[in-house]
Design a protein around this ligand. Structure first.
Ligand code: ADP
Length: 335
């Protein structure tokens, strides 16, 4: 089992003016699943390429259990990568696909057969040894790809958006399956995604990556309820920030020295009556989403997003309303 320590990693691609990863540091504990969450182009795949050895960093270090892997050949590092597409060999059976890595290592056919069976049981697809990839659904293909990645007992499992191409139900099933398998095997894992819900559902901790820099690292619950900066709060779905006395709403990061407070959209109330904690506004959008209504309300020139669970009052577009920001739900963030 493996502890991964990444220290001050910087990477600039040839002919690029700026680094894509800047002084990136992250530790992943033995058996831990860390989700790396960031928008497209933030440097997530680059990090995985540096860990697997496809790319080399300008500076910094990557250690497994305290020993640098930068000089270790890519195929000797013990990090396996699973992608959005399963990339199974189409002409090989499921058994040969899963057993491929063991065969390369010179394992006996008896060992391979036993290990493949163990992996198929683990991924919940016993008895499909003789099938070919073309006979598998998208979700089954990803399960087999996971088995193939794990069969050699890797030190580190790297998941690069492995569920992005699947539809919702399969995706939710696989989230649970991957999480259970990862826990059962205790394999240290870095999971790359741009999906907040997926990152929260699957990880022990989340690292938020923006423009090649880590904005925050913490447990999902802590980041969800109390992100410490405006940037981290935005990642976690917060778009309303308030400052001043009396409070006023802002959408842009505040440049003054005033304290900045954030509030989650589900804690903001849209109502017909004013009160001490409310500001007047005009409804600019109202979308019914089944379990809740999502409002956009123009308040002092800024746009406030409120998510009110049902049953909730309905106000049409253009309605004059009051937007309540309960004080106990406000939390301070660094701007
Ligand atoms: P993500 O996985 O978060 O979408 P990437 O790591 O793929 O981000 O890319 C980060 C940035 O680096 C992007 O701006 C991308 O265009 C750039 N980039 C990625 N690979 C290369 C490359 N081989 N050469 C030059 N630029 C690259």
């Amino acid at each position: 089992m493996t502890t991964v320590t990444i220290t001050s990693l910087t990477k600039t691609y040839p002919n690029q003016p700026a680094p894509v990863l800047k002084d990136f540091s992250l530790s992943v504990n033995d058996g831990e699943m860390v989700a790396l969450l960031g928008p497209s182009g933030s440097g997530k795949s680059t990090l995985l390429k540096l860990i697997t050895g496809i790319e080399r960093p300008d500076s910094g270090d990557i250690q497994f259990d305290g020993a640098s892997i930068l000089k270790v050949a890519p195929n000797q590092r013990g990090a396996v990568l699973m992608f959005q597409k399963s990339y199974l060999f189409p002409f090989l059976t499921v058994e040969d696909n899963i057993g491929f890595g063991l065969k390369v290592q010179g394992a006996s056919s008896q060992t391979i057969r036993a290990e493949v069976k163990r992996m198929l049981d683990l991924i919940g697809l016993p008895g499909i040894e003789r099938r070919r990839p073309g006979q598998l659904s998208g979700g089954e293909g990803q399960r087999v790809a996971l088995a193939r990645a794990l069969v050699t007992n890797p030190k580190l499992l790297l998941l690069d958006e492995p569920l992005s191409s699947l539809d919702t139900e399969v995706r939710l099933n696989l989230q649970e399956a991957i999480r259970n398998i990862q826990r059962e095997l205790g394999v240290t894992t870095i999971f790359v995604t741009h999906d907040l819900g997926e990152a929260m559902a699957m990880s022990d901790r989340m690292a938020l990556l923006l423009n090649g820099e880590i904005v925050a690292v913490d447990k999902p619950e802590a980041l969800y309820h109390r992100p410490r900066s405006v940037a981290a709060a935005r990642f976690m779905g917060v778009s309303t920030f308030l400052s001043g006395d009396p409070l006023h709403v802002q959408n842009e990061a505040c440049t003054s020295s005033q304290k900045v407070f954030a509030i989650r959209p589900e804690h903001i109330r849209v109502q017909s009556e004013g009160c001490a904690e409310s500001l007047p506004g005009v409804v600019s959008d109202c979308v019914f989403r089944g379990e809740y209504i999502e409002y956009q309300v123009a308040v002092n020139g800024a746009s406030v997003r409120a998510r009110m669970s049902m049953p909730a009052p309905t106000f049409p577009h253009g309605a004059q309303v009051f937007v309540k920001f309960p004080r106990e739900k406000l939390f301070e963030v660094a701007s």
